[in-house]
Design a protein around this ligand. Structure first.
Ligand code: 5GP
Ligand code: MG
Length: 177
């Protein structure tokens, strides 16, 4: 049985809050690059960038893109059964504040890999992390700066994140596996 934790309106509110928090911590929209981790992190990154542009009319050039980390995973790198998603980093990230965006933060290994992947693209001034759900169970010293919902989970539970663009419906639920 899956228990719904966030409905569509809750997700929208969380992303609006995160967008405000990013603007507050960056003291405005300048030099922001929002990079989503495929698949759903990219959709969330696009929504955050759109929201920032709506909140700050001066935010003319918030860069948004995606960062594929498949080939940087220490645990998956040797398995070529996974097809890498395209990376599209918009322009230079040198000196920028990069906000990585993912749907769920768990062990932290994906974000570690993302930091590795970022290194191939340049040297940001700072890197921040925004996630829709932090489900705990970190295996590395990584934490999110902006969190939609803290959802303490057991390891045999799974968080379902459905987003309209790819799933047709939109909610976050927690389910025993
Ligand atoms: P980590 O690398 O931190 O262990 O796991 C995070 C990555 O795996 C994210 O990209 C996320 O999409 C996916 N992930 C890990 N656990 C879950 C989960 O319970 N639900 C969903 N939807 N994705 C998860
Ligand atoms: Mg993922």
């Amino acid at each position: 049985m899956a228990r719904t934790v966030l409905q569509q309106a809750d997700i929208a509110r969380a992303l609006t809050r995160i967008s405000h928090e990013i603007l507050e911590s960056n003291r405005g929209p300048d030099n922001l690059v929002i990079l989503g981790i495929p698949t759903r992190g990219v959709l969330l990154a696009q929504r955050i960038a759109e929201t920032i542009a709506r909140i700050e009319p001066s935010a003319t050039d918030v860069q948004v893109g995606s960062l594929d980390v498949t080939m940087y995973r220490d645990d998956l790198a040797h398995s070529l059964t996974r097809t890498p998603a395209p990376t599209s980093v918009p322009g230079s990230i040198d000196g920028k504040t990069v906000v990585l965006v993912d749907d769920v933060l768990f062990s932290g290994r994906t974000i570690r890999a993302a930091l590795d992947a970022l290194g191939d693209h340049g040297r940001p001034r700072a890197v921040r992390l925004a996630v829709l759900v932090d489900r705990g169970h970190r295996e590395l010293p990584i934490r999110a700066d902006f969190v939609g919902k803290n959802l303490p989970s057991s390891t045999d539970e799974r968080i379902n994140v459905h987003l309209a663009e790819v799933d047709g419906d939109e909610f976050v639920s927690i389910e025993s596996t």
